[in-house]
Design a protein around this ligand. Structure first.
Ligand SMILES: *Cc1c(COP(=O)(O)O)cnc(C)c1O
Length: 379
């Protein structure tokens, strides 16, 4: 990989690791099709190159959030089934039709609009129906499904004007395998989907896949696990599980300079971190504008994140600036921690799930916040 000599850092996305993770998830749900969720620019990693790598691994169904994302993906992939999770805003049926995108219909009014449009064009275009099983965000719950069936008594072709290609729901607590809401949602999904015509079904996101075969149905919809984050936050398999996925993302910053700073001196904005010894402090060219969250800073009363250089982990000290962080490299040889050297901020030695915990957030947010300023390399 060629890094331009003036670059302040880089982000690598490992296509093989991505494909290995896809294959791991496929093997974990062997009797289902495995789609890929590539919304939000493939969780910040780049929609087109990520989708391309996954298509090469055999993925034929993608989920995006918005029509705009769907349009972008369609321009690069003519064959795939592309579902748009946000469904239909008023008047966009034509756009979906022209781009061969499948709306995920999450409200009665969307179903009526899609059915009417398909009827008026005489085309049975595909779409999914989203059933709500307890998230209370998108989808038809039991009362809405029942009134839909009432409407259908007057309008017999309501659900046949279009091709109902998928019935889906979404789990709210799948990252906590012991949460009793998982089984409740599973039960409700089975019951509610039986009110609709027999259709391929989908319930599991990444974490849902790990809940076991009863959650798999015909299609699974992993996102975050593809990108190397272990989706369970709870339970006995968390520690071992994190080993099972390959690391996809590596973020490196670069040392701008190394300074000697006296014991008792403070570092950075707010003077929140005071040195307990004479130290060598390296200033690294990545900051919160690049998505390195401010919660990762280290203060006297709060440990910050760690970064990896010269075979060791060293602490981030002081607040995170817009474009800079400061790290303590006192214990790293001078010839290793020196001007121009790269420092791993996320990667094989700095686990993204640990980083998420340290930032009091989740890996999803770490990834989707990675800034545009850092050049992405696909290796
Ligand atoms: C984002 C999303 C997914 C993927 O979830 P992960 O936890 O990233 O695997 C699946 N289904 C729906 C409806 C989603 O919104």
């Amino acid at each position: 990989m060629e890094i331009d000599r003036g670059e302040a850092g880089y982000l690598t996305i490992d296509r093989n690791a991505l494909q290995d993770n896809y294959n791991f998830l496929r093997k974990t749900s062997p009797n289902s099709d495995c789609a890929a969720v590539v919304k939000a620019d493939a969780y910040g990693l780049g929609l087109i190159p990520v989708a391309q790598a996954l298509a090469e691994a055999g993925c034929q169904t993608f989920f995006v959030a918005t029509l705009r994302e769907g349009r972008q993906l369609r321009q690069h992939n003519q064959e795939a089934a592309i579902y748009v999770l946000d469904g239909l805003f008023p008047g966009v049926e034509q756009d979906f039709s022209e781009l061969n995108l499948r709306p995920v219909l999450g409200h009665t009014s969307e179903i009526l609009d899609w059915s009417d449009y398909c009827s008026s064009k005489g085309m049975q275009l595909p779409a999914a129906i989203h059933i709500d099983t307890g998230m209370n965000r998108l989808g038809l719950g039991e009362p809405e499904l029942n009134s839909l069936l009432e409407i259908q008594k007057e309008r017999r072709d309501l659900l046949t004007n279009f091709k109902l290609s998928l019935v889906m729901s979404h789990l709210s607590c799948a990252d906590e395998p012991a949460h009793n809401k998982n089984q409740q949602q599973l039960k409700d999904f089975v019951r509610l989907k039986s009110l609709l015509p027999e259709t391929p079904a989908s319930l599991a996101n990444s974490a849902g896949i790990l809940l076991g075969p009863s959650y798999h149905f015909d299609l699974v919809r992993p996102g975050i696990a593809l990108y190397g984050s272990w989706p369970l936050s709870d339970g006995p398999t968390v520690a071992s599980g994190r080993q099972q996925l390959k690391c996809v993302v590596r973020l490196c910053g670069r040392i701008i300079q190394v300074r000697e700073v006296r014991s008792g001196q403070s570092i950075g904005y707010g003077a929140t971190y005071r040195l307990k010894r004479r130290s060598r402090v390296a200033t690294v060219s990545v900051g919160y504008a690049d998505g390195y969250l401010r919660k990762l800073g280290g203060a006297d009363n709060r440990k910050g994140a760690e970064v990896y250089i010269g075979g060791q982990s060293v602490p981030v000290i002081g607040r995170i600036s817009m474009d800079l962080i400061t790290i303590d490299v006192t214990d790293i040889p001078e010839e290793t921690a020196c001007r121009g050297e790269f420092v791993e901020l996320i990667g094989p030695h700095v686990n993204i799930d640990h980083l998420g915990e340290r930032a009091e957030t989740i890996s999803y947010e770490i990834l989707t916040r990675l800034g545009r300023r850092i050049e992405r390399h696909y290796i």
